[in-house]
Design a protein around this ligand. Structure first.
Ligand code: FAD
Length: 247
């Protein structure tokens, strides 16, 4: 199999100075919601590539990648100037086990993201499968500043498409905001506000949890959830928590 396939940029949305969404046409093999591709650019004669989660549900095209520009980063600053018509390199297939096939059915699915970690959750929420496997979904989305809350229109549309079944808990950690809870996810769990705003309780009986994004958030939340009886999910030892860390 070829190492890379070529993709063509069809649109590039700039949410703010450092958050962007690339829309790409490419002949990628079928994938499952929650998976990531490797996206690369040829820089000084070599392909520099990193994993990026797909935001579009599997049935939709173009491919969609929500990314942050990391100052001094090896790849992400080079993505920012891309324009429609520009060529990118992609892995021919998507990868990853953070998919609905791997996660047990339950009453509630908690999708807990920091920053760009919301991307794969939007893909999952856009599938029929999720709504067959779970009665309720809780989307928790933590960002630093209010203008980092991307995709709010899509979240509203998903809530309208699944009335009473999708609960949204945004958090804005570094400034006062009229939308989000003013604290980190860890604190909101500890002081009860997370469950209060989600209008549902976390429990080993009823909850599956996916944590995605910042590794510190993922680690802290796993420890906090362990005190509530939720443990890591493994194929051989089913549990309640599935994780994906971005660095
Ligand atoms: C499975 C997987 C899926 C990923 N999906 C995405 C995605 O959908 N969107 C995305 O923006 N990134 C995603 N990443 C991270 C991405 O692969 C790159 O690491 C990121 O774009 C930085 O690359 P760089 O070469 O610019 O920076 P590098 O020079 O590699 O610097 C890495 C540093 O950048 C910071 N960093 C990396 N990713 C992020 C991030 N997402 N948010 C905040 N800080 C970060 C960390 O401090 C890290 O140590 C994913 C990573 C993994 C492992």
């Amino acid at each position: 199999m070829a190492t890379w396939i070529q993709g063509r940029v069809v649109e590039h949305k700039h949410w703010n100075a450092y958050l962007h969404t690339l829309y790409i046409e490419a002949d990628l093999a079928p994938f499952a919601a929650g998976q990531f591709v490797k996206l690369g650019l040829e820089i000084e004669g070599q392909v520099v590539a990193h994993p990026y989660s797909l935001v579009n549900p599997p049935q939709q095209r173009p491919l969609e990648i929500f990314y942050i520009e990391v100052p001094e980063g090896k790849l992400s600053p080079h993505l920012v100037p891309l324009k429609p018509g520009d060529v990118v390199q992609l892995s021919p297939t998507a990868h990853g086990f953070m998919t609905l096939d791997e996660i047990p059915a339950a009453r509630d699915l908690w999708l807990i993201a920091s920053g760009t970690g919301i991307g794969p959750f939007l893909s999952m929420l856009g599938t029929e499968r999720l709504w067959q496997q779970y009665e309720h979904a809780v989307l928790v989305y933590s960002v630093r500043y209010q203008h980092d809350l991307a995709y709010l229109e899509l979240v509203q549309a998903l809530m309208a498409a699944h009335p009473g079944r999708l609960h949204f808990v945004p958090l804005v950690t570094r400034e006062a905001s009229d939308i989000g809870l003013p604290c980190r996810i860890q604190q909101a769990l500890q002081d009860g506000r997370l469950e209060q705003h989600a209008q549902t309780m976390l429990s080993p009986e009823h909850s599956q949890v996916i944590l995605c994004g910042n590794p510190q958030m993922v680690e802290d939340m796993q420890s906090l959830l362990a005190t509530r009886g939720l443990k890591k999910h493994r194929r051989r030892e089913p549990g309640h928590i599935t994780t994906e860390t971005y660095w």
